[in-house]
Write a protein that binds this ligand. Structure first.
Ligand SMILES: C[S@@+](CC[C@H](N)C(=O)[O-])C[C@H]1O[C@@H](n2cnc3c(N)ncnc32)[C@H](O)[C@@H]1O
Length: 224
């Protein structure tokens, strides 16, 4: 793993551009960063979108995974990076050596995504970790479904939240999507074994691959 990320996870903090110590929070955990990287390595994308940057932890993990794939277009959308988050995501990406590896769009995903879809853009992998209400996730997926080609992947964080769990229940009903399993290697990680013993989900991220063109009828509905 990238040394900057390793150090942040080990110390649970980092020094910001303001020379202050910043406690790590609201981030994707170490295990999930590694699973995200494994999914990227197993399904090399040509274009990636991340929703929700915060302190840039998942962003560094994604940028690191993409670096070994050659040229991949990587966009991050987050309206609050230079305000609420004091540019700490940008700071960590820069410290980790990925200053030139991404484009940051400082606007809400609900405005950004329809623009991409209207322009006919294609995105191979989307990581969703922004505003976690049910309707926000549904709106995001509505457009992500239009951006993803067959074979494309959408990954959601925080399945422990009722809003996300409920949405995943819905997505699981859509015939053109199939859940991607976590890698066997990571399932053997001691951290995962601890979670299993504590009866909590092995991972808090979930990935779905688009396996066919979405050919649902205009009035399709399945209860969930
Ligand atoms: C849980 S944090 C993301 C954590 C980050 N992925 C990581 O691992 O470090 C959620 C982020 O979503 C952003 N956010 C909130 N509303 C959003 C919206 N409408 N569109 C995009 N991002 C949004 C917040 O500013 C915040 O940075």
């Amino acid at each position: 793993m990238n040394p900057v990320l390793e150090d942040i996870f080990r110390t649970q903090q980092f020094i910001g551009p303001d020379d202050q110590i910043h406690r790590l929070h609201s981030h994707l955990p170490d295990l999930e960063c590694r699973l995200l990287q494994a999914w990227i390595a197993a399904n090399p994308p040509g274009r990636v979108l991340e929703i929700g940057m915060a302190q840039g932890i998942s962003s560094v993990a994604i940028a690191e995974a993409l670096a070994s794939l050659g040229k991949v277009h990587y966009d991050i959308v987050d309206p609050n990076q230079h305000t609420e988050w004091n540019s700490l995501g940008v700071w960590n990406l820069t410290r980790a050596g990925f200053a030139d590896s991404y484009i940051l769009w400082e606007e809400p995903s609900e405005y950004y995504l329809p623009r991409l879809a209207a322009a006919g853009e294609i995105v191979d992998l989307v990581f969703v970790d922004g505003w976690h209400s049910f309707e926000q996730t549904l709106v995001e997926f509505y457009y992500i479904n239009r951006l993803l080609p067959v074979g494309g992947i959408v990954i959601f964080d925080d399945i422990q939240l009722p809003s996300i769990a409920k949405f995943i229940g819905y997505l699981g009903r859509i015939p053109s999507y199939q859940r991607l399993p976590p890698t066997e290697t990571l399932r053997k990680d001691p951290g995962v074994r601890v979670r299993r013993m504590a009866s909590v989900p092995e991972f808090r991220i979930v990935a779905f691959q688009k396996i066919a063109i979405d050919a649902r009828a205009w009035d399709w509905f399945e209860d969930f």
